[in-house]
Design a protein around this ligand. Structure first.
Ligand SMILES: C[S@@+](CC[C@H](N)C(=O)[O-])C[C@H]1O[C@@H](n2cnc3c(N)ncnc32)[C@H](O)[C@@H]1O
Length: 265
């Protein structure tokens, strides 16, 4: 399966102050993903792409992994999670935390890691005694975001600790769910790529270019229902036909928000 990954890994060009850390990270990543580790020399990334016949290049830069795609770069950034955690500490709540009904100590399976912002908020909400397991079917996204969650600095201690507690697996949701015992998580969450994007942004373009675009299937939702002790939640555009198609009869979320959460209990 790893032979199908359309990517090589390299470092930034020579003479960089993180040279040793970058070389180590590139070697570890290449071994883990089973892709070539290519010396960068003085090549541009486009030269490297042409030389290696791949579309994607993972680049070890400043001791962190970034993914260079023809549509832009993907790198770990906590996004809105900082503000959302701040809201939670002020008791202002968060629509996802409410939809999942999260509390201290709960076990969360987030089936769609993506950029990782929701997983960070979930991890903060369930605290040190809870557990967030996050799945991402694209191994390149899983590598970049998993590396960021494990090694990047959080904006404050709570966020930093929440990031570190997330366990990332490069896995397809249905494949993983099939291997889990009944009721082994409290909640299972899906945030699949929207059938129609809400808006374009440079960061989102790189994610969209690599993301698994498949719609959720009734089979996957049924597997999640078996594994979730309390509830299954799916995020979609407000008014999306996906809620009805997949059997989410209860839909919650902010009144003025363009997204909503389908809840199955
Ligand atoms: C909209 S993004 C998730 C965004 C995320 N909630 C966040 O806060 O950044 C969807 C992600 O789920 C991944 N994905 C889609 N279908 C999947 C599946 N069946 N199993 C695992 N990951 C999947 C995509 O590759 C993409 O990275």
């Amino acid at each position: 399966m790893t032979a199908e990954i359309d990517a090589v890994v390299t470092t930034v060009r020579r003479g960089h102050r993180f040279a040793e850390a970058n070389r180590r990270l590139a070697a570890e990543t290449a071994a883990r993903l089973g892709i070539p580790n290519v010396p960068r020399g003085n090549d541009s990334l486009d030269d490297l792409r042409a030389r290696c016949g791949v579309r994607n290049v993972l680049v070890a830069r400043n001791g962190r992994l970034t993914l260079d795609t023809p549509s832009g770069a993907l790198f770990f950034h906590p996004g809105m999670s900082h503000l959302r955690i701040k809201n939670l500490t002020r008791g202002q709540g968060d629509h996802l935390v409410a939809a999942l009904a999260l509390s201290e100590g709960m076990r969360v399976l987030d089936c769609t890691l993506g950029a990782g912002a929701d997983a960070i908020v979930e991890s903060y909400a369930v605290g040190e005694t809870g557990r967030v397991t996050a799945l991402e079917s694209n191994p390149l996204i899983a590598a970049v975001i998993g590396d960021g969650l494990a090694h990047a600095a959080g904006d404050n201690y709570e966020m930093h600790a929440a990031m570190r507690r997330i366990a990332v697996h490069a896995a397809d949701a249905l494949t993983y769910l099939r291997e889990q015992p009944d009721g082994s998580f409290d909640v299972v969450y899906f945030d699949p790529m929207f059938r129609r994007p809400l808006h374009e942004s440079a960061g989102m373009n790189a994610l969209r270019a690599s993301a698994d675009m498949r719609a959720l299937t009734p089979e996957t939702v049924a597997a999640a229902y078996r594994v979730a002790r309390r509830r299954v939640v799916m995020k979609e555009r407000r008014g999306s036909g996906e809620f009805e198609r997949l059997g989410f009869s209860e839909v919650v979320g902010g009144r003025y928000s363009r997204v909503a959460y389908g809840v199955m209990t």
